[in-house]
Design a binder for this molecule. Structure first.
Ligand code: GBH
Length: 530
C-alpha cells in the first residue's frame, strides 16, 4: 500500500484509523474473574505515586462497561481499535508454569468477537506496562533476563495469546514503549516498580545500570515472541507483529554543532536504543560510548533473533523537543530539553503536562526520519494531546476542546503530507485516547481522551476532537469499494473462519449509516441524558 494506490490527498482504503487505550488505564475491576495483581495495583496506592492519590481499581470501568466502549467506537465509525491485554488476567501469577485463567481469556475473546461483529479491526498490545506482581516478587521482573524472556515468551503469554486469539487478531504489538518501561520504571522511578537511585523515591534501585538491563530484557522478550509467532503461527494466522516505540522529534536549539549533535543523541537514546538493534542489528554507537560496560551486549545468537524482529515500525509520538548539549541526563542522551526558542517564543501550545507542546511540523519530520532510517511501513499507534486544566472545567467547557482539535488538525495535515508529498509508507493512525483515563503517575488529573469521562457517573461524552478526527478520516480515507454483486458480498460469511465472516457482516451493516450520522445520534442521546 503506497500513496500511489490512492488519489492525491486521500489515504488508501486499507488505512487503519481509530483510537487507542491500555488495559490498566481503563479496565478497573482489578479483582474480577481471577485476575492476578499487576505491579501497578499496589504501586498506585503508595503515598505520593499518583498526583491525585487515586489508583486503577475502577479507572473508566471498562471491564464492566466494555459494551458501552464498543458502542462508542461504532458510533465513531472507526476502522480499528488498539487496546492491550492484561497479562495477569490471562496468567494471574504470570509465569510459564503458572495456571492459565480461562475467565480472563473468555473476557478478551468476547471483546474481540464483539469488535469484529461491528467490523472493527482489533489491534492488540501484549504488554502495556502491567507486569504481574508475582513476577516482580519472584525474580525482579524485567531485571532478570533469563526468567522474564522465558515467561513472556516460551511457555506463557505470547504462546497463550497467539493460540487463543490469533485466529481473529491480525495485528500484534509485543511491547508498548520500552523506553518508558525501562527509564520510568527503573531509572526515574516514577512508574511501577518505582526503582531508582534517588533514595527519596525508592529504598532500592540503581538508575545507572538497571534501566539498560531492563531495556535489554524487553528487546529480547519482544524478539523471542516474534520468533515464536513467525515460526508457529504466522503462516496459518497471517498477522503482522511488531513493537511500538515512543519517540518525539528532536530539534537542535540552534545551529551550533554541539546542539545539532545533542538532537541526534536525544534520538539515539529515545528511539535508537530499541529501533537500532531491532531494525539494524546493533545498539547506537553513541549509547555504547556513553555507557561503556553498563550497556549489556547481545550474543550472536541473540542478535540473530533481535535483528529484523518487527514487521513494521510502531510509533507513539506526542511532541518535539528543542535540544541543547549539556547536563547529565543519560536517558535523554545528555541533552537538555526546552520548548522555549532562543528568541524567547514557545514552540507551540502548552498541554496540561509539562513535557508536551503542539508542534505538528515535528510529527512530519519524525515520520520522514524514521522511514528513511528504518525503511519499514509505519503504524502510528499513539498521538494525542491533554488540554491544559481540562479537569477543572465544566463538562461543557471540556467538550469544546479546541486545543486538542487544533492538535489533531495539525497532526492529520502532517500525516497526509508525509504520505502524499514525502512518500512515507504509513498504514495506521491511532489517536490517544478513546477515553479520558488513568494517566499513570498523573492519576486522573490529566485527560487525554477524545471522549470525556465523568468519573462520578462513568458517562462517556465525545468531545469536539472526536468529531474532528472521525470527520477527517471519513473525508481522507478512500471509501470501501462497492461489492460487485450480492453473491460477492455474502461469500465471506460462508467461510469457516468466523473472524472473516463477522468482519464482513459488520462492515456491511455499518455501511448503511454514515459515521457522522451515527456519531451525532450518539452524542444527542447522551446529551439528552445529562
Ligand atoms: C504514552 O506514553 C503511553 O503509552 C500512554 O499509556 C499514556 O497514557 C500516553 O502516552 C499519554 O501520556 O519527563 O522524563 O518523565 C507517552 C510517552 C514518554 C511521554 C515519556 C512522557 C515523559 C518523560 N511518554 N514522557 S519524563
Amino acid at each position: 500500500m503506497t500513496a500511489a494506490s490512492a488519489p492525491p490527498n486521500k489515504l488508501p482504503n486499507e488505512f487503519l484509523w481509530g483510537f487507542a487505550t491500555a488495559s490498566f488505564q481503563i479496565e478497573g475491576s482489578t479483582d474480577a474473574d481471577g485476575r492476578g495483581k499487576s505491579f501497578w495495583d499496589d504501586f498506585a496506592k503508595l503515598p505520593g505515586k499518583t498526583l491525585d492519590g487515586r489508583d486503577g481499581d475502577v479507572a473508566t470501568d471498562s471491564y464492566l462497561r466494555w459494551k458501552d466502549d464498543i458502542d462508542l467506537l461504532e458510533s465513531f465509525g472507526v476502522k480499528s481499535y488498539r487496546f492491550s491485554i492484561a497479562w495477569s488476567r490471562i496468567i494471574p501469577l504470570g509465569g510459564r508454569d503458572d495456571p492459565v485463567n480461562e475467565q480472563g481469556i473468555q473476557w478478551y475473546s468476547n471483546f474481540i468477537d464483539a469488535l469484529l461483529e461491528k467490523g472493527i479491526v482489533p489491534f492488540v498490545t501484549l504488554y502495556h506496562w502491567d507486569l504481574p506482581q508475582a513476577l516482580h516478587d519472584r525474580y525482579s521482573g524485567w531485571l532478570n533476563k533469563d526468567e522474564i524472556v522465558q515467561d513472556y515468551v516460551r511457555y506463557a503469554r505470547a504462546r497463550v495469546c497467539f493460540e487463543r486469539f490469533g485466529d481473529r487478531v491480525k495485528y500484534w504489538l509485543t511491547m508498548n514503549e520500552p523506553w518508558c518501561i525501562s527509564v520510568l520504571g527503573y531509572g526515574r522511578g516514577v512508574f511501577a516498580p518505582g526503582r531508582s537511585s534517588d533514595r527519596m523515591r525508592s529504598p532500592e534501585g540503581d538508575s545507572s545500570t538497571e534501566p539498560w538491563i531492563a531495556g535489554h530484557s524487553v528487546i529480547l522478550a519482544h524478539a523471542h515472541a516474534v520468533q515464536l509467532y513467525r515460526a508457529e503461527f504466522k503462516a496459518a494466522q497471517g498477522g503482522q507483529i511488531g513493537i511500538t516505540l515512543n519517540g518525539d522529534w528532536a530539534l537542535p536549539y540552534d545551529d551550533s554543532p554541539e546542539n545539532v549533535a545533542a538532537a541526534q543523541h536525544s534520538l539515539d537514546v529515545a528511539i535508537g536504543w530499541f529501533a537500532d538493534p531491532i531494525y539494524l542489528g546493533h545498539y547506537p554507537e553513541y549509547m555504547k560510548q556513553m555507557l561503556g560496560t553498563r550497556l549489556p551486549t547481545f550474543t550472536p545468537e541473540e542478535l540473530a533473533v533481535v535483528k529484523g524482529s518487527s514487521d513494521f515500525y510502531g510509533m507513539n509520538t506526542y511532541t518535539t523537543n528543542l535540544c541543547k548539549a549539556g547536563g547529565e541526563d543519560e536517558f535523554q542522551g545528555r541533552a537538555e530539553y526546552t520548548f522555549t526558542r532562543p528568541d524567547g517564543t514557545q514552540l507551540g501550545t502548552q498541554a496540561h503536562c509539562a513535557w508536551l507542546q503542539d508542534y505538528p511540523q515535528g510529527f512530519r519530520e519524525l515520520l520522514n526520519y524514521l522511514y528513511k532510517r528504518y525503511r519499514k511501513p509505519i503504524y502510528v499507534t499513539e498521538n494525542g494531546f491533554a488540554v491544559k486544566d481540562e479537569s477543572n472545567m465544566s463538562i461543557s467547557e471540556a467538550l469544546a476542546d479546541e486545543d486538542r482539535v487544533q492538535y489533531f488538525r495539525g497532526a492529520t495535515a502532517s500525516l497526509l503530507s508525509a504520505v502524499v508529498d514525502d512518500g512515507v509508507d504509513i498504514r495506521a493512525y491511532f489517536a490517544w485516547s478513546l477515553l479520558d483515563n488513568f494517566e499513570w503517575a498523573d492519576g486522573y488529573t490529566t485527560r487525554f481522551g477524545v471522549t470525556y469521562v465523568d468519573y462520578d457517573s462513568q458517562k462517556r461524552l465525545p468531545k469536539d476532537s472526536a468529531k474532528f478526527v472521525c470527520q477527517w478520516f471519513k473525508e481522507h480515507v478512500e471509501p470501501e469499494p462497492e461489492p460487485a454483486s450480492e453473491e460477492q458480498a455474502v461469500r465471506p460469511a460462508l467461510a469457516s473462519n468466523r473472524s472473516t465472516s463477522s468482519t464482513a457482516n459488520g462492515r456491511a451493516r455499518r455501511a448503511r449509516k454514515s459515521p457522522i450520522a451515527r456519531l451525532t445520534a450518539y452524542v444527542s442521546a447522551f446529551l439528552g441524558g445529562l
